[in-house]
Design a protein around this ligand. Structure first.
Ligand SMILES: NC(=O)c1ccc[n+]([C@@H]2O[C@H](COP(=O)([O-])OP(=O)(O)OC[C@H]3O[C@@H](n4cnc5c(N)ncnc54)[C@H](O)[C@@H]3O)[C@@H](O)[C@H]2O)c1
Length: 344
């Protein structure tokens, strides 16, 4: 297994010869995964243009120092505005687009109209901007989700051949994006890679049901009790690995409209709690969990993406939990750990 740190040094620098001179547009880069994608792109020497509705770089500042954060170019804007992206692609000579901006499950449930506007129309706007770039952008890499699969199946690993049956508006919107991506390739020859993460964890994860394991790690550091609102097993992936796959897909020579499942490690939520307690023994007994599993299958087969992109990073659970807790601890010592998201 290759850890995320080793991969940061080898894959991005050596295998692809570094990303110096490559210009990336990352939508939603003030969010959790986007902040990590930005960190890893900057580390590999790429130029990053951040496009986000939220002007607050707080998640970037949780994982990078201010000097690194300042290297990214930030443009504040709304993805639902059709004219927002084409001038950026032109002005910054963007060659790669990683599209992560979107609303999560609870927001889409509470306001399906806003969910459709941001997640579906917003994604159309990204594809339109790529199409109108005159060939400058050859491929769009975008976040789909394991939520396209809806309720859990019979326990076997789910592959791309399984039929998606989303059980949330969010999952339906993600599935619609996969269909629209296919049509952009049919109609305009625009290539794309849609990636379907499940439960991604790491510093910066602070919203939605599947953020609970990360919040439990933070609670262990600040010494608060915390209840994870789901149980059973889930496919659990460290954010550095997820981010690396987005970047690998973006710089790959893949053509066509691809959609891939991602797979981290399928673990019992109780094992995540045990790992937190092993790393931070003072938290023993203060983290609890509900029994209800997520309404998404617990294990994904990622052989298709490994066949397409080669070996992928797979940070073991113990290492990912340790890295996350260590970073939370550093932030706590520096008086920079906001625990307001732990209120239950
Ligand atoms: N985190 C996970 O476990 C997970 C799992 C599956 C899929 N995904 C998908 O990956 C992507 C990134 O997830 P995340 O956890 O980083 O989410 P996040 O909520 O932390 O980040 C999303 C970002 O999008 C921005 N955004 C929202 N609406 C916007 C708009 N109208 N215009 C511009 N920017 C807007 C937000 O400000 C935010 O910074 C999302 O599309 C999400 O659905 C995440």
């Amino acid at each position: 297994m290759m850890s995320a740190d080793v991969l940061e040094q080898t894959t991005l620098r050596e295998r692809s010869g570094g990303l110096g001179g490559a210009n990336f547009l990352v939508t939603g880069a003030h969010g959790f995964i986007g902040a990590w994608v930005t960190k890893r792109l900057l580390a590999a020497g790429a130029r990053v243009v951040i496009f986000d509705r939220d002007a607050d770089p707080r998640r970037l500042r949780l994982i990078m120092d201010d000097e690194e954060v300042a290297r990214a170019i930030v443009v504040t804007g709304d993805i639902t505005e059709p004219g927002a992206l084409p001038p950026l692609i032109e002005a910054f000579e963007v060659g790669h687009v990683i599209h992560l901006a979107g609303l999560q499950v609870p927001t889409c449930r509470a306001d399906p109209r806003a969910g459709a506007l941001v997640n579906v129309v917003g994604t159309i706007n990204v594809f339109e901007a790529a199409r109108l770039s005159g060939g400058r952008v050859k491929k769009v890499v975008y976040a789909s989700s394991a939520a396209v699969f809806g309720t859990a199946r019979d326990g076997r690993a789910v592959s791309e051949l399984d039929e998606p049956q989303p059980s949330t508006h969010y999952g339906v919107f993600k599935r619609a994006n996969e269909g629209n991506a296919r049509v952009y390739h049919l109609d305009h020859g625009l290539s794309s890679v849609g990636l379907r993460p499940l439960t991604v964890y790491g510093v910066g994860r602070d919203f939605g049901l599947t953020s609970d394991p990360t919040k439990a790690m933070k609670a262990a550091v600040v010494g608060l009790p915390f209840r994870i609102r789901f149980g059973g097993r889930t496919d659990f992936q460290y954010v550095a690995d997820t981010s690396d796959v987005f970047i690998r897909a973006a710089v790959s020579g893949l053509e066509g409209a691809h959609v891939f499942n991602l797979h981290g490690e399928t673990v019992r939520v109780a094992d995540v709690v045990a790992e937190i307690e092993r790393t931070r023994p003072s938290a023993r007994g203060s983290i609890t969990l509900d029994e209800t599993p997520l309404a998404i299958p617990a294990e994904f087969d990622d052989s298709a993406i490994r066949a397409a992109l080669g070996a992928l990073p797979a940070t073991p659970l113990a290492e990912g939990v340790r890295a996350t807790i260590e970073r939370f601890e550093e932030l706590r010592r520096a008086g920079r750990l906001d625990a307001s998201d732990l209120e239950q």
